[in-house]
Design a protein around this ligand. Structure first.
Ligand SMILES: Cc1cc2nc3c(=O)[nH]c(=O)nc-3n(C[C@H](O)[C@H](O)[C@H](O)COP(=O)(O)OP(=O)(O)OC[C@H]3O[C@@H](n4cnc5c(N)ncnc54)[C@H](O)[C@@H]3O)c2cc1C
Length: 402
């Protein structure tokens, strides 16, 4: 009988253990968890509702949500992706729902449903879960591994390494010969103190393009003005894709905001056309852009020197150019970052070059597998980080012993 030790009782650990045991009923599968409880991140995820995956059903589109791991996950997603996750949970008696923004949650709106489901599978399959059992060392020994905790040593024929983001575990895996890409935060909001957005917290603009100045990093989507700066999907996505460069800049950088996601030529043309057609109208009363928030419009025109009593007809070419610039390439100075709803995700982890993604197996250590956040894979918010854990766990389940 073969012994499988899964290190870490999180989403990736549970999903791996369940699938290993399903495929190898004769194997002894044990989960070692450092904490007093397992699945703690699942519990708090999605504000306690657990955003379990995302309603995206083509691998090519799905990988676009992963700043790190994009190339490596394409093949695995052809084997197991969002639709499979939904089918799996539903087949185990957890009905799911797709919300308007395509995030997928349990119908119960409670992460407890996901926890109960994973637990009942682990119980049904007689997988042992050892809590308060933190792994301190792993020693390769002949064709096995000796796994040491405070109170015992476990001998494993196969190791599944899923301890999430853990400094100690990164050091341990480095000692075993793997490279760890240093970690930096991902998914954060931008701290910006700027007159143009002062007094506008809560205001959302639907289709904005934001770019980190002098870089190729850019993203498009809704932007939310907050008390401390900017947030919303466009900013969070940019923070994830630019995670490493923003860390290098010590979170001091310039953001170019294109409030209309349009070209300066088009915007200028619309401003001139509006001036010619509605010259008598006060600039602060109406803009050519139907859905543009009135309070933001009022703020931006003030910045370029347009007063409350200025009429469209009075705008000089120079002012129109300044206003165009403000609308399509306003420069904002970001100083620092804030955590998004405590959903801190880290970029960094085990170097993906050292992992065979056909099996989620180490290229350095035989019979040693990785899944979840320990890998240098992370995604934007929306259920994608769990999907990485489910996909890795499923493929490990098929690979261990085969
Ligand atoms: C507040 C919050 C909300 C989130 N919400 C969502 C969401 O709604 N949707 C989504 O897709 N993603 C979400 N995420 C991200 C998601 O939770 C993670 O990507 C996912 O939990 C990673 O799973 P994992 O199993 O790799 O790691 P983890 O869930 O971190 O599990 C690792 C486990 O290993 C244990 N461990 C660590 N060291 C040792 C050791 N030495 N020995 C034994 N055990 C050890 C840890 O205690 C832990 O239980 C959220 C993250 C946070 C912080």
């Amino acid at each position: 009988m073969k012994n499988v030790i899964v290190i870490g009782g999180g989403a990736a650990g549970f999903f791996s253990a369940i699938h290993i045991k399903e495929n190898n009923p004769n194997f002894n599968v044990t989960i070692l968890e450092k904490g007093k409880e397992v699945l703690q991140k699942v519990r708090i995820s999605g504000g306690g509702r657990c955003n379990v995956t995302h309603a995206c059903f083509t691998p090519k589109e799905l990988i676009s949500f992963y700043p790190r791991g994009k190339k490596e996950l394409l093949g695995p997603f052809h084997q197991f992706m969002c639709g499979d996750t939904m089918e799996w949970f539903e087949s185990k008696g957890v009905p799911l729902k797709i919300e308007a923004d395509n995030r997928v949650f349990p119908v119960s709106n409670s992460s407890q449903s996901i926890i109960d489901c994973l637990f009942s599978e682990v119980t049904r399959l007689q997988i042992e879960v050892k809590k308060s059992c933190g792994v301190l060392a792993i020693l390769p020994k002949d064709n096995t591994y000796a796994i040491q905790t405070k109170t015992a040593t476990f001998i494993a024929d196969f190791v599944v390494f899923t301890p999430g983001s853990s400094e100690k575990m990164w050091t341990l895996i480095q000692q075993l010969g793997h490279t760890v890409i240093p970690t930096v935060p991902s998914l954060f909001t931008f701290n910006i103190k700027d007159k143009r957005i002062e007094g506008l917290p809560g205001l959302a603009v639907q289709d904005v393009t934001v770019t980190i100045k002098d870089t190729k990093f850019s993203s498009q989507g809704p932007l939310l003005i907050t008390h401390w700066g900017m947030s919303g999907p466009a900013i969070l996505k940019l923070s994830a894709f630019g995670a490493r460069i923003l860390s290098e800049k010590n979170y001091q950088y310039q953001v170019l905001v294109n409030w209309l996601s349009d070209t300066s030529e088009n915007v200028k043309e619309q401003l001139i056309a509006f001036k010619n057609a509605d010259g008598k109208v006060m600039v602060n009363k109406r803009s050519p852009f139907e859905k543009f928030p009135k309070r933001l419009w009022a703020s931006l025109i003030q910045i370029v020197g347009i007063t409350e009593t200025t009429r469209w007809a009075a705008l000089s070419t120079k002012t129109i150019e300044k206003l165009t610039q403000e609308l399509v390439a306003g420069t904002y100075h970001a100083q620092g970052k804030s955590t998004f709803k405590e959903e801190f995700v880290t970029a960094g982890g085990i170097d993906l070059k050292e992992v065979n993604f056909k099996r989620f197996e180490s290229k350095i250590l035989p019979n040693f597998f990785f899944a979840g956040e320990i890998l240098n894979i992370d995604a934007v918010t929306g259920g994608f980080n769990f999907q990485n854990a489910w996909t890795g766990g499923y493929i490990i389940g098929k690979s261990v012993g085969n």
